[in-house]
Design a binder for this molecule. Structure first.
Ligand SMILES: Cc1cc2nc3c(=O)[nH]c(=O)nc-3n(C[C@H](O)[C@H](O)[C@H](O)COP(=O)(O)OP(=O)(O)OC[C@H]3O[C@@H](n4cnc5c(N)ncnc54)[C@H](O)[C@@H]3O)c2cc1C
Length: 629
């Protein structure tokens, strides 16, 4: 179910406004070759372009930076020097984050943000120059954290140096699609620094437009467009999805075995979908904690001159031979505004420039979108001051924050969050509601490839859940549970009502849980009933089924040694608890699940056995329990 009239989401190629397709959302495949040394895979969307035989264009060459005040390219020396200062600031920030961590005894996640830390660094430097005793001590603190060299180099920075340094801030804001003071000091670059994070190989653009990949993926699938999901009700083994009707005939309800929620984090944050029951606290808190930012583009197409040249290929600041160029800004508050332009003539051959708006500028842009083209033209006329810069013939401005189906650009690790939040966002809520999307893929969030991989992960997990080998085990328990309930209610059908058990059940793609099928029942095998407690109410019965599914999903999703406390704490029914015990036994040999059972878990297991010791029909459970012990 897709709310828009098109597929692709934040991958959006405009094929109408310009002489060539232009990507208004994602446009760069951020790695097309595996990097074995770093354990990095390639972005899977690159495979699709290969399969389609479509051209990609490698991002190559340098990105010269021009100074807005001097209207000239900054020298290579200065470029290197300021890049070095910026690296020093990054190192200092890392050390500071480590110091905060050590001070908290290594516990918790740092709440400090990147922007304020950098600001403090500058303030302490200023205080040192002005002789403010208190702040000088702060400065000493910064130096202790390995920042001495940085502080010394900051003292020597000229106004022009500072403008170039701010360009690096803008570039960081672009990478995270966030303002500097929102980004986690501790984990801001977890998508590159963790083992195997990030994609490998060169970055490329797609001259024919990124949407080609999404369109080819959806080809042959039944995607209902203009079906905006408003509510997801889950429980009792099924999900009811309420969505708008594509023909504007009011809302409709679709019942499913399970769902994968792939709406952007921005939509989850704004609670655009009402979950019933509401998402559990661990999920909602994670949605609130992880960052989700904004990034915008201004696309300008110009008329080529008769000789085929365009203005940026002429004059003293010609950039005709590069794919991108940077611009500093006079003031700190505007440093993300048109800090970079992409020269699309080098990518697709048409005289098109794309200006980027990052950080605060991305947000401001959505309030003043009619001023953006004149502003972009002002920046370009300032830079190419010795040539004639004509008005564009076509232009388009994006506004991803105001887009009701994205509410921003992509996720980032906000202050107080960490990479773990991506993993938590990936976890299902019960076995019914699954989650995918870039914000659920820890190693490559904020990318198209990450979103694709998360979809494959959820597809696999659901297939496994419905496939025979796992389902057989679940079936057995469900069957037993239903059978005991039916017997209890005296729900016999006409005749003897039972069909003979089939020997070889052919493998089908989506075998629903047999126990739920009322039409065809199998004869209950008496010994199976030993071990289930007769449930008094339908609600208890439904909860037991839900818990069994949860246990199986949990063990399917998790691979290593775990803290079982949360799962164990959520199990209230005997059958849920029994499913847990059975899973520990079944998987104990292959993994270190048994090793993960700590004293506190054994205490819980003990309380379970005491709870059920006197309940009827518990022999089976107690046998399992003893086996596990
Ligand atoms: C300006 C910009 C530049 C970017 N640049 C790059 C880049 O160069 N390289 C890169 O790899 N990534 C880039 N990204 C990020 C990339 O676009 C995303 O990471 C990726 O597309 C996310 O895919 P997704 O499936 O998680 O979400 P989406 O693509 O957003 O898909 C979610 C879908 O859910 C639909 N939806 C939302 N709400 C509802 C609802 N209630 N009911 C039904 N449907 C709903 C949406 O319409 C959308 O189709 C960029 C993003 C932006 C905005």
């Amino acid at each position: 179910m897709e709310g828009r009239e098109r597929v692709g989401g934040r991958v959006l190629t405009d094929r109408e406004t310009f002489s060539r397709p232009i990507d208004l959302g994602a446009s760069i495949i951020t790695g097309i070759a595996a990097d074995v040394n770093k354990g990095r895979r390639f972005d899977p969307s690159s495979t699709i372009f290969q399969q389609l035989g479509l051209k990609t264009k490698e991002l190559e060459g340098e990105c010269p930076i021009f100074d807005a005040v001097k209207r000239a390219k900054i020298s290579k020396e200065m470029d290197r020097k300021i890049a070095g200062v910026f690296d020093g600031i990054l190192d200092m920030c890392t050390n500071k984050a480590l110091a905060f961590k050590a001070a908290s005894g290594g516990k918790g996640v740092g709440k400090e943000n990147f922007g304020d830390t950098v600001k403090e660094l500058f303030e302490s430097e200023r205080a040192l120059q002005e002789g403010d005793g208190e702040k000088v001590e702060d400065k000493q603190g910064a130096a202790d954290e390995g920042g001495e060299e940085v502080v010394t180099s900051l003292r020597q920075l000229t106004e022009e140096d500072l403008r170039v340094l701010r360009w690096h801030y803008a570039h960081t804001e672009y990478g995270c699609s966030a303002r500097l003071n929102e980004i986690s000091l501790e984990h801001w670059n977890q998508d590159e620094s963790e083992d195997g994070a990030g994609f490998g190989g060169p970055h490329v653009m797609v001259p024919g437009g990124y949407s080609r990949a999404m369109e080819s993926l959806s080809d042959g699938l039944h995607v209902r467009t203009k079906a905006c999901v408003k509510g997801i009700k889950y429980g009792d083994g099924k999900v009811e999805v309420t969505c708008s009707n594509p023909d504007d005939e009011g809302d409709e309800c679709i019942v499913a075995d399970s769902v994968v929620v792939t709406v952007p984090l921005g939509c989850l944050k704004r609670k655009k979908i009402e979950f019933d029951p509401p998402l559990p606290d661990w999920k909602q808190e994670c949605i609130d904690r992880l960052g989700y930012g904004n990034l915008n583009k201004v696309v300008l197409e110009f008329k080529e001159e008769d000789d085929g040249n365009v203005f940026w290929e002429q004059g003293s600041n010609s950039v005709g031979d590069v794919m991108m160029f940077g611009m500093t800004s006079e003031s700190e508050s505007t440093c993300g505004r048109f800090f970079m332009f992409w020269n699309m003539k080098k990518v697709c051959g048409s005289p098109i420039l794309i200006g980027l708006l990052a950080g605060e500028a991305a947000y401001e842009a959505e309030q003043e979108d009619n001023k953006l083209v004149p502003q972009a033209m002002g920046v370009l006329r300032n830079l190419f001051h010795d040539v004639t810069v004509p008005e564009p013939v076509s232009c388009r401005v994006t506004s991803w924050l105001s887009d009701e189906f994205s509410h921003g650009s992509y996720s980032f690790v906000a202050a107080g969050a960490s990479g773990d939040d991506y993993d938590t966002l990936a976890l299902p809520v019960s076995s019914l509601v699954h989650f995918a999307g870039e914000h659920t893929w820890r190693k490559n969030p904020d990318t198209v490839g990450g979103a694709m991989l998360s979809g494959i992960r959820e597809a696999q997990s659901i297939l496994r859940m419905f496939s025979r080998d796992v389902a057989t085990v679940v079936d057995d328990m469900m069957f037993t549970l239903d059978a005991s309930k039916d017997l209890e209610e005296g729900e016999e059908e006409e005749g003897d009502g039972w069909e003979e058990e089939e020997e070889d059940i052919p493998k089908v793609e989506n075998p629903k849980f047999k126990g739920e099928k009322k039409a065809k029942k199998q004869k209950p095998r008496q010994q199976k009933i030993v071990g289930t407690v007769p449930y008094l109410s339908n609600a208890d019965h439904a909860q037991a089924k839900e818990e069994i599914r949860n246990v199986y999903t949990y063990f399917e999703m998790r691979k290593g040694s775990e803290d079982f406390a949360e799962l164990m704490g959520s199990l209230k029914s005997l059958d849920g608890k029994r499913a847990f015990v059975k899973q520990c036994i079944a998987r104990g040999d292959k993994t270190n699940y048994l090793g993960a059972l700590k004293e506190k878990h054994l205490g819980l297991l003990n309380s379970w056995i005491l709870e059920f010791a006197d309940a009827p029909l518990c022999t089976d459970f107690i046998c399992d329990f003893i086996r596990l012990l």
